[in-house]
Design a protein around this ligand. Structure first.
Ligand code: ASP
Length: 355
């Protein structure tokens, strides 16, 4: 091969490599990471202590701690808040939902990842499931160990979260939570362990899929209405009506229900015993509240199973709503949004069957 041919060959190789890299860059999805805080952004003084501060690390540092993440997607980061999710509020949730809707309405963003504390992740996931107006992937990730811990779980969860958000197969499944290699749907997942990294489970409906080192395998499509099929529109909402939760137990005090009504609650979710039950005195207090226009939803403090109408409580007669498959904390989210539209128990019951 003479010098001219060698030159031509290297030029061809160079062009091929550049074109290939260019089309790979083109093919990568554009994913925006919205950081809200939580243990995934937490820091401790040493790698083995249990005490730490949630929401101490910013979004850029979190992304930098994940080798190879840039190969999965073109990533941008934004800080929405930096709180432990025990301090998550409807204000932040509304801000987050509005920002997601804004970002996903442009062709420049293909998917969203939200970093969030695990304590209330299921509430934010379900809230977004009802208020995001796009079928593009919206994925939440968190961690059980702070970023400074030995064997921190956050970096791989974030890596997998980006892989799910960049996957066109994630579209149309509603808001997803990716933790410990599992993909959960917003309706069914719940936190089950205060400390274990395998904390999220979806007891009644199972996993939506799994994700191993960025490779996704899809099992299910959540059957509930969500996102683009949802009737809830928060674009002009700045405040949600007050809804309280009252915990049911042995010899429960009915005056907690009275106090809630007096404090201005428009709805009360009972975390009842068994199939959403409560003692007679509390049923009477709840019936009085329902008569005055406060919406009573019977849910259960039990980890799994649904709460059905008219089993041991006559919901038809007393004007109560049964939570169906929603747990107490998610019932509160749905009831808060439902009350923006009206307080008729029959209509609200229909929403609990639909979402
Ligand atoms: N308290 C923390 C939070 O929810 C716990 C966690 O993220 O795992 O922000």
């Amino acid at each position: 091969m003479n010098r001219f041919h060698k030159f031509q060959t290297s030029l061809l190789v160079l062009t091929l490599v550049t074109t290939c890299e260019y089309s790979l860059a083109q093919a990568k999805a554009n994913v925006t990471i919205l950081a809200t805080g939580g243990t995934i952004a937490g820091a401790a003084a040493t790698g083995t202590q249990s005490g730490y501060t949630s929401g101490a690390v910013g979004v850029d540092a979190m992304v930098k701690a994940v080798p190879g993440i840039e190969k999965l997607a073109n990533i941008k980061g934004e800080q929405i808040s930096n709180v432990g999710s025990q301090d998550m509020s409807f204000d932040i949730m509304l801000k987050l939902a509005k920002r997601i809707n804004e970002l996903l309405s442009t062709p420049a963003v293909d998917g969203i990842v939200i970093t969030h504390g695990t304590d209330t992740m299921e509430e934010t996931a379900f809230f977004l499931n009802l208020t995001v107006k796009s079928d593009k992937p919206v994925v939440m990730v968190g961690s059980m160990r702070p970023s400074t811990a030995v064997s921190a779980d956050g970096p791989l969860n974030l890596y997998n979260g980006v892989a799910v958000a960049a996957d066109p197969n994630a579209k149309g499944r509603g808001v997803l939570v990716v933790m410990n290699d599992q993909i959960h749907g917003a309706h069914s997942l719940t936190k089950t362990s205060t400390t274990a990294i395998q904390t999220f489970m979806s007891p009644l409906r199972g996993l939506v899929g799994v994700c191993a080192y960025g490779k996704n395998d899809w099992y299910n499509n959540p059957p509930w209405k969500h996102t683009t099929q949802s009737q809830f529109d928060i674009s002009n909402v700045t405040k949600l009506p007050r809804v309280d939760i009252v915990f049911g137990d042995v010899d429960m005090s009915p005056d907690l229900i009275d106090a809630s009504v007096k404090a201005g609650a428009k709805g009360i979710v009972i975390a009842g015993v068994g199939n959403g039950n409560m003692n007679k005195a509390s049923v009477d207090a709840a019936a009085k509240a329902a008569k005055s226009g406060v919406v009573i939803v019977r849910s259960s403090r039990v980890a799994t199973g649904l709460v059905d109408r008219n089993v041991e409580v006559n919901d038809d007669e007393l004007g109560f709503v049964a939570s169906d498959e929603l747990n107490t904390q998610k019932s509160r989210i749905l009831l808060s949004l439902a009350l923006l539209k009206g307080n008729q128990p029959a209509q609200i019951q229909e929403l609990f069957r639909t979402y």
